[in-house]
Write a protein that binds this ligand. Sequence first.
Ligand code: WT7
Length: 661
Amino acid sequence: MTNSPIDPVSSDSATIEALLFEDRRFPPPAAFKAASLASGNELYDAADKDLESFWADQAAELLTWSRNWDTVLEWDLPFAKWFVGGQLNVSENCLDRHVEAGKGDKVAFHWEGEPGDTRTITYAELLDEVCRFANVLKDLGVRKGDRVNIYMPMIPELAVAMLACTRIGAPHSVVFGGFSADALADRINDAQAKVLITADGGWRRGAAVPLKINADVALVDTPSIEHVVVVRRTGTDVHMETGRDQWYHDLMSMVSADCPPEPMDSEDLLYLLYTSGTTAKPKGIMHTTGGYLTQVAFTHKYVFDLKPETDIYWCAADIGWVTGHSYIVYGPLANGATSVMYEGTPDHPGKDRFWDIIERYKVTILYTAPTAIRTFMKWGVQEPERHDLSSLRLLGSVGEPINPEAWMWYHEHIGGSRCPIVDTWWQTETGAMMIAPLPGSTTLKPGSATFPLPGIGAELVDDQGARVENGGGYLTLTQPWPSMLRGIYGDPERYRETYWSRFPGRYFAGDGAKLDDDGYLWLLGRVDDVMNVSGHRVSTTEVESALVDHQKVAEAAVVGAKDETTGQAIVAFVTLKGDQKASDELGQELRGHVAKKIGAISRPRTIVFTEDLPKTRSGKIMRRLLRDVAEGRDLGDTTTLADASVVEEIRRRADAAPQED
Ligand code: WT7
């Protein structure tokens, strides 16, 4: 253990305090560096020298355009246009050109269903299915510019549906299969979609999720939908509305596989993806064609050091989130990669399902989320230890700050202490990775997303908008980037107001971060979650990381609860590793551990041991619910031992809450 406690340098005016000290360093292993695509500073230097020609070079190198652009960037803050006048088709870039280059027999997806059924799909087969489904959509009256909604499980037909939309220039709007009928109806209506593509169901933890039944409920209130296409997946009995609903397999048997790609303008709408706030109406985030594909292809290639001929790449997210859009479908296919796609949950039939998949397909690159990693920590090392994970050479993380100890666990127990870890910070709105290491070049620090990628400008500012060069602040983006959102569908004012008004001239992402003495960036969570303890602005992330640093802790969620003396007091909900027992003594030990690690000001007033934490389906901890629980009850001032009623309360409220992302 090389960590040492430090005295927090506290100042009442600090935007967010920087408390956690981390001095472990992991330079790229020599062999990894030698074989990597980017081992030096060339990409950073090129981008620094001339931003526009840097991105233009990437667009020209990584993609195939049917017409060259006239202008690289038109920037009328906050509205950007990239590669103006250029034309390309996304499905052609993802499929046709690889087949034409003789790679038709290369596997695009090793798909595995949760029950254990599998399908291997080559680039030629995927192209054939996409062309046929594009013809199906045309026969249903879908024209360039029409919106198509997709509500499906993680099956190959989901990728087929998205790519078929791009082939004919119809923007898609994928709604995550875990969302309710109401959420689906809202999104269909906002997009005014003409067609809905769904399935009878999907497998999740051994049960069939009733997608078509949910869709039927939504369809009562969605007058814009003219046709519904249903994929048979679970075999569940479903109602098929005459004149509206048709089976995918029936439609596919009636069409040809000849469907030339529609040339699209670089700035044509590629897709909408909705992000929900806690209360407000969901925002339809707009992504367009040329810039988006450029940045997802660029980041997928260099951040994952992708060798398409030899790598087996697995992003374990759901395609219903932006991670799946950019790093299961568009990035990997644009780069001609071979991917694994998995339908179900990591604990079905056993808690070693991921490690079993990695062993069988010889996965070389794994991209997953901190919430999954901490769950694996809770389940214990015996699960990965039963499997040969030696094929892995690189690991990735996305979705939340990764606590240093979770990073170390991932590094040792999954990566065999040999794989670099790329912690990638980005958002639905950014479309692609923004802050992340280049694994052959960057020396890693556990828990830091390191530096902005080449071509990306990020700075911290304080409450007044003044630049912060060391310590905590608000994370802002300082220049346009190719895959940036182009707006909120139907609401340009809300776009300006939400992202560009807090700090003039800057995009504000909603996250806090800190810069250390070496210029490394550390994400500190959403600024709405920052706690104010006796005038000190303490990030939830740092207290959580200090708790996870204790060897008995797997996961922690920290919230500020109203407190008469300190303004807010820290209440920590803690989940222990599999074999550990909660006790009053352990609660005291943990409080002391936090104080020692990051300072007395951050000592939790209360520790609540729980078996689980309430999370969204994308894995983010619902701190708002925990705050309600912490404030709504008298939780005492030290330790609450596995209080069943508190746990129940959390669970009940998490279940009743609308599913947010
Ligand atoms: C928010 C965006 C990016 C795809 C998945 C989530 C948090 C994301 C990291 C990271 C710390 C992260 C931020 C961000 N976040 N990646 N590597 N380190 N925080 O997309 O649902 O739009 O959420 O997720 O808070 O703002 P999203």
